[in-house]
Design a protein around this ligand. Structure first.
Ligand SMILES: C[S@@+](CC[C@H](N)C(=O)[O-])C[C@H]1O[C@@H](n2cnc3c(N)ncnc32)[C@H](O)[C@@H]1O
Length: 327
């Protein structure tokens, strides 16, 4: 059974809600005392088997999250529904997924809001699609494009598994964004692909004035290319580029320190806003550093280091302010 929606998609009646007592069909993360996690899908009459005995699914169904179950072998398992961040890191992958820390930044920096009309390419494994669908909600639109049919199948399976059914706000098109995009009046375009600069015309065509293009790229050469092409394009305002690092901490009594291992690199974000039609981007006020654009016959040199900041006069009794003023 399906109901028509304003965005042209349909609402299935079997969507999963991520709260309340455990129900048949829910995914459950069972964590053992060593922190090892196993994810199961609840089915009446089934047993979860480990090398330390079993736990009947029926013992979990109907109970709240955060409860503990003892297996027939005496091991205790803590049961929660997986969070989207857990699901995204453990889902079957075709293409590399966007990590939760970057998905969070994409939601913030691309300003994805409930009800937004968003275009995404490529859908890859569907991890970012899940985060974007959460942010646009049931009355928004996420139109995802993926040029590889095998990856599109993986994305569809992952998204439907996470939400428990097809999401009413989601359209998935198999094909290249630049050849298949049909939507107009789009608020945000999010690109996670090798060559986002090939999609700038398409994105500019689809975006509303003030809309945001957000490109997630893995290397500095891609970042440079997309930023320079956005500047040269003429329909976008000055882009911004950033990287987000996440360091987890070990906190145990007096042993409080950063974890020894971290994910050292994932990717960079570039965002730029769509100008109104017919508007020329304002000239950049700051002149680029000389070394940034050497003449073709000139050897490239390092960009000069910025002059040291002049310390602000200290105010007695006050800490030195942490900000600097732009000249
Ligand atoms: C790194 S993956 C995307 C991963 C995805 N964001 C996720 O979190 O699961 C990049 C994907 O972009 C697809 N792709 C590359 N260029 C494309 C284009 N022009 N149009 C549509 N898909 C494209 C590739 O096939 C690949 O699956």
């Amino acid at each position: 059974m399906s109901e028509p929606q304003p965005n042209g998609a349909t609402t299935p009646t079997t969507r999963r809600t991520p709260h309340g007592p455990f129900r048949p069909g829910d995914q459950v993360q069972l964590t053992d005392p060593k922190g090892r996690i196993n994810t199961i899908t609840l089915q009446p009459g089934k047993l979860y088997h480990s090398h330390k005995g079993s736990v009947p699914h029926d013992a979990i169904i109907g109970n709240p999250e955060g409860t503990v179950y003892r297996s027939t072998g005496g091991v205790e398992y803590l049961a929660f529904r997986p969070l989207l961040a857990d699901f995204a890191l453990r889902m079957p992958r075709g293409a590399a997924v966007v990590y939760p820390k970057d998905a969070a930044q994409i939601i913030a920096m691309a300003d994805i809001f409930p009800g937004a009309r968003v275009v995404e390419a490529g859908a890859g494994s569907g991890a970012l699609s899940c985060f974007l669908l959460r942010a646009v909600g049931e009355h928004g639109l996420l139109s995802s494009y993926e040029r590889r049919p095998d990856f599109a199948d993986i994305a569809r399976t992952n998204v439907e598994k996470f939400f428990g059914a097809p999401h009413p706000a989601w359209r998935l098109t198999v094909g290249s964004l630049e050849h298949h995009l049909t939507e107009t009046d789009i608020d945000r375009v999010v690109l996670d692909m090798l060559a986002p600069w090939e999609c700038l015309d398409t994105a500019a065509q689809a975006l509303v004035p003030g809309g945001i293009l957000c490109a997630y790229i893995a290397t500095t050469t891609q970042m440079s290319r997309v930023v320079e092409d956005l500047r040269a394009h003429g329909r976008f305002a000055e882009p911004t580029a950033s990287e987000t690092m996440l360091r987890t901490w070990h906190v145990d009594g007096l042993a409080v320190r950063p974890d020894h291992r971290m994910i050292g690199h994932t990717g960079f974000l570039v965002t730029a806003r769509r100008l109104a039609d017919g508007v020329t981007p304002p000239a950049r006020r700051r002149r680029p550093a000389k070394a940034a654009h050497p003449a073709p016959d000139e050897p490239a040199t390092r960009e000069p280091a910025p002059a040291p900041a002049t310390p602000e006069p200290a105010t007695p009794g006050l800490a030195t302010p942490g900000h600097t003023t732009e000249s």
